[in-house]
Design a binder for this molecule. Structure first.
Ligand SMILES: *Cc1c(COP(=O)(O)O)cnc(C)c1O
Length: 364
């Protein structure tokens, strides 16, 4: 296959999905895929066996969830427009509003759906200001119990998302305890509570039994159906970006240029100033691996190889599923990576390729 392409490995994906299923079984919680992290619908046939449905952050995502994944479809948006609310309602099983203002304005147009509200507990596990839902002056959810109380009768459930890349069960436990102190008297009056995403419970060594027990206890204490909204945890370590070396040169360091671009194809790493991962990353030959866009800082990172890199060598950039395919773009007109799937029997199948016509039709 011609590089560049994203390669989704269903066997690796299955390892995460089985852990999700185990948490569902032990805890009674339901798990919804957060489409903003991963929306490559060609593998939804496998994912829907192990998860209950999807959650979304826009009209287009909620439509995609209903159309391509099925199961339970939750709608959420930071702000709905009057022109989209009816179509959102038509495609959702539950709708979650971000503010009391949006709730009052649009809940009357969501007759028949259970309507929820996003709460902001004011604390989170995020160390990155850009992605911290509890940052000062955050617009993500309501935090003042007094303004929520007058509409409590109409609220069917709450959504709280304040974990970010949190692999520490003790920290999750403390954050949840904090939520119980702050909002306990609201939680006991609704029938469901979604605890959002950002909990890395599919990682190796995560104490799944303790986690599930905490969720089950929480659900029983308030008499609510608990939901989880994993994004990254569902697809972590399942996908690579396959690229080839186009050129090598030297400028103080050995440089290799590949047929991809971090700005166009793994933008999230650039935004959060993180290095990509290449496996295996071992050997005596160090290279800075760079993208082919003309952005000076289009650099995947510095890696080690067992032999000098040469033109045509294939490199495998790891962990290229979450916040990656959903953010790819046509910067510099760089050829868009195709999408391929390694099936459970090991065969590789290309499910999408992109052409010059796709580039042209992305603008006018
Ligand atoms: C981003 C987000 C998720 C998914 O987060 P991950 O870190 O990818 O698990 C879930 N729910 C809400 C409300 C979100 O904003």
């Amino acid at each position: 296959m011609q590089t560049p392409f994203y390669l989704i490995d269903k066997t690796a994906l299955l390892r995460n999905l089985e852990r999700i299923q185990e948490v569902r079984r032990l805890s009674g919680a339901k798990a919804l895929l957060a489409l903003k992290c991963f929306a490559t619908w060609s593998v939804f046939d496998l994912m829907r066996v192990y998860m209950d449905g999807t959650t979304s952050s826009s009209l287009y995502e909620v439509k995609l969830g209903r159309e391509k994944f099925g199961g339970e479809t939750h709608a959420y948006s930071v702000a709905y427009g009057a022109d989209e609310i009816d179509e959102v309602v038509a495609n959702a099983d539950k709708i979650i509003f971000n503010s009391v203002g949006q709730f009052k304005r649009f809940a009357p147009r969501a007759a028949g759906l259970s309507c929820g509200l996003r709460l902001n507990p004011g604390v989170s596990s995020s160390s990155f200001d850009l992605a911290d839902p509890a940052r000062p002056f955050s617009r993500l959810g309501e935090s003042d119990v007094d303004i929520i109380m007058p509409i409590m009768e109409q609220i069917g459930g709450f959504m709280i998302h304040n974990n970010c890349e949190n692999a520490d069960f003790a920290l999750f436990d403390r954050l949840l305890a904090d939520i119980e102190v702050k909002f306990g008297r609201l939680l006991e009056r609704v029938s469901w509570v979604s605890l959002g995403g950002g909990i890395h419970f599919t990682g190796d060594g995560y104490p799944i039994a303790n986690f599930a027990q905490r969720l089950r206890g929480f659900g029983e204490r308030y008499g609510v159906q608990v939901y989880l909204e994993p994004g990254e945890a569902a697809i972590t370590r399942s996908t690579t970006l396959e690229v080839s070396v186009l050129d090598t040169l030297k400028n103080g360091k050995d440089l290799a240029i590949v047929d991809s671009s971090i700005e166009a194809h793994m933008l999230d790493l650039l935004i959060y100033r993180q290095s990509a991962k290449i496996a295996p990353d071992a050997g005596t030959y160090g290279y800075m691996v760079c993208g082919k866009s003309c952005l000076a800082g289009d650099i995947f990172g510095e890696f080690h190889f067992p032999a000098p890199l040469k033109i045509g060598d294939r490199l495998s950039i790891q962990d290229a599923a979450g916040y990656t395919m959903v953010k790819k773009n046509w910067f510099n007109g760089v050829r868009m990576p195709a999408i391929a799937i390694r099936e459970l029997d090991g065969t590789i199948r290309q499910v999408r390729d992109f052409t010059y016509d796709d580039y042209v039709s992305s603008l006018s």
